[in-house]
Design a protein around this ligand. Sequence first.
Ligand code: SAM
Length: 255
Amino acid sequence: MLPGPGVVESMASRLAAAGCVAAGDEAAELVARAPDEGVLEAWLGRREGGEPLAWITGTVLFCGRPVGVDPGVYVPRPQTEGLARRAASLLPARGRAADLCTGAGAVAVHLMAAVPGALVAGTDVDESAVRCARRNGVDAVVGDVDGPLASGGFDLVAAVPPYVPTGELQFLPVDVRRYEPPLALDGGGDGLAVVRRVVAGAARLLRPGGWLLLEVGGSQDRLVEPWLASSGFGPGLAWRDDEGDLRGVAARLDA
Ligand SMILES: C[S@@+](CC[C@H](N)C(=O)[O-])C[C@H]1O[C@@H](n2cnc3c(N)ncnc32)[C@H](O)[C@@H]1O
């Protein structure tokens, strides 16, 4: 839609008043994607109510590529792009990868686009996430962690499981708590209930020398380390963002 004078600015003010942090960018995106003024007003109302922008427009940019996101499905985060890029650099051409807890399939989409001939399978317990990932071109199946996939032969396993400790869910932004699926966020008491099973599942799926890349936060790298060792992985290599916050751990299955 071509905005009239001042439309983006007035929408940005409304979004800012509703508590939107990136009000200007979001207003510009809503205006650019809305087919007409009626839809734009409806979209703005939904965003003022805190609904994720990606559910309203149906898409989010991930590693520079649009990824479809259906309402109800976890919105891929910019902080996961580092995991996706690292994974792409470790996956050989025509290699096989598994994206456990695939959600909308953003990590898998990046791997397929960035690695020539890569074969990528995704799993998720949430049927609506799997439908969404499939629409994004991912060979995704409904199932628990690694359950649906055959053992061995994978060069790489990527996973962004739920890893927020249950007691810390209350500290997430209010819109995230109100809208995004708890199944995507709640990692149980220590946050690592699914992570623990991802480590064991990755050891089953990977060929010797294959890589696991796992998103975790806080100081969870220290808790994960013993499970990596007991599942046959070498030392965990943690990576951090520019603020020094832990974003993930990579480990290689012993050859
Ligand atoms: C934090 S989201 C990450 C989604 C996606 N990988 C991304 O980065 O956008 C976690 C996902 O794990 C899924 N999930 C939760 N428990 C699971 C389990 N036991 N097995 C497979 N998927 C699970 C949720 O449905 C959700 O889609």
